[in-house]
Design a protein. Structure first.
Length: 186
């Protein structure tokens, strides 16, 4: 029973996050095109994320880390080479945000943003391979890894494991950029 609930919960969280990312981008575009610096909705949302930057970053990186471990260690989906590279750029963020939250240190932006941009690039590349937009690399030739083109599931017509990772990296990028932009606008 739990083994079905967790993947569906992760799929729903990814879907909700993708909707939120789309709304944030639309709000940013609206805010830029109307030149309304006093946009109350924008200020409230931005302020909420700035105030809780470390907590949101910890939650996003924790769910991404535990989710990837659930798929590989519980469901036994073997990670491909690109999955391992995505993990390299996500797993440290869970620790970084955890320690930063304990110390109340919001100066971790530079570390998180670098890890997130590289991780997002790898996740996007991996996702494009999975949906057939790019030719599959031969990452399974090493013999201990699955093919990067293999989809263990496809939910809502687009969600795969690399899409989940890409979504988490984009959320962390948006959180960090919001933190930095609010710091500059003081």
């Amino acid at each position: 029973m739990v083994l079905e609930i967790i993947p569906e919960t992760l799929n729903i969280l990814t879907l909700i996050s993708n909707i939120a990312i789309t709304l944030i981008v639309l709000l940013l575009i609206y805010n830029r095109t109307t030149n309304n610096p006093n946009n109350l909705a924008f200020k409230k949302i931005s302020g909420l994320f700035k105030k809780n930057y470390l907590l949101f970053g910890l939650v996003v990186s924790m769910i991404a880390t535990l989710g990837s471990l659930f798929y590989s260690e519980i469901l036994k989906y073997p990670p491909c080479v690109l999955c391992w590279w995505q993990r390299i750029f996500m797993y440290p963020q869970f620790l970084i945000f955890g320690f930063a939250l304990l110390k109340k240190d919001k100066k971790i932006f530079n570390y998180s943003i670098l890890l997130s941009f590289v991780g997002a690039g790898i996740a996007l590349y991996h996702y494009l391979i999975q949906i057939g937009a790019l030719r599959a690399s031969s990452c399974d030739v090493v013999g201990y890894s699955s093919s990067c083109a293999e989809k263990f599931f496809l939910s809502y017509g687009y969600i795969t494991i690399p899409m989940m990772a890409l979504t988490a990296f984009i959320l962390l990028i948006f959180l960090g950029l919001n933190m930095e932009l609010n710091k500059e606008n003081k």
